[in-house]
Design a protein around this ligand. Sequence first.
Ligand SMILES: [Zn+2]
Length: 303
Amino acid sequence: MQVKILGTAAGGAFPQWNCSCANCSRVRAGGFAGRPRTQAQLGWSSAPREWTLLNASPDLRYQIEATPELWPRDGARDSPIRDVIVPSAEVDQILGLLLLREFHSFRVHATRSVHRILTEDNSLFGVLARFPGQVCWNEIPLDQRFFVGGARLEVLRMAGSFPGFVSAARLAESEPEEAVIGLLISPQSGGRTLAFLPGVADVPDPLLERLQGCDIILFDGTFWSDTEPSHIPGVTRTARQMGHLPVSGAGGSLERLAGLQRARRIYIHINNTNPILDEESREYRQVRDLGWEVAADGMEMTL
Ligand SMILES: [Zn+2]
């Protein structure tokens, strides 16, 4: 089973269109010791010309064009993209669905609450229902294994919340545990296990135990420190208040996941303000010295 990391940045990507922080300014100017990144996006394939997307990022059109395996066949209107899994209703994880609207059939997998937010509250998603069977919605079960695109998946329950655009009425009838899910992914026929956790507010002991058996962990690398977002104009919340455990500091992911030595540990969903984007920074060196990698667009792995 082939896995491709098509995008690795947090919302807004790197550089972000309206940001001139130190990282964004320097990567635009050139000479920055790090690469631009598109917004977090994964894809996997277990069979020829059959791909599953995990996330539906706002950069999806660009990511498809950068990945020849995802192109249509010569002379045809088609696509190897069969399934799309959306782990939350956050704009960074759903906007790409609208980019797949050109009269193409595929399946979308989401929790019941996320499905209802998208299709019952947002008429824009009607572009995916212009003919019968255009998009088939599948409900992700929280408590049992399910299978998509030759992979076996299990939900990891996360302490996330629904996006700010969700109405109070919808919130009142939605299940909080359906807001954000993490996923364990392995080949249906057996093989290595990958954990996909781009938004982690907290790592309680049961989650840490589930991660012990993983071979690859793609983990929330949004912010280096808890106070980092407070340097962004207009933002008053801390990293933890935004639902992202910081990388550094007491209880941060470097410390909290320090015992998971067996797994390949990779930071993903990296905000453009995070100093680990600069490969000449002290912070990047610290992460690498502790055995972590920083995901870059185009990384490939096999499960
Ligand atoms: Zn920036």
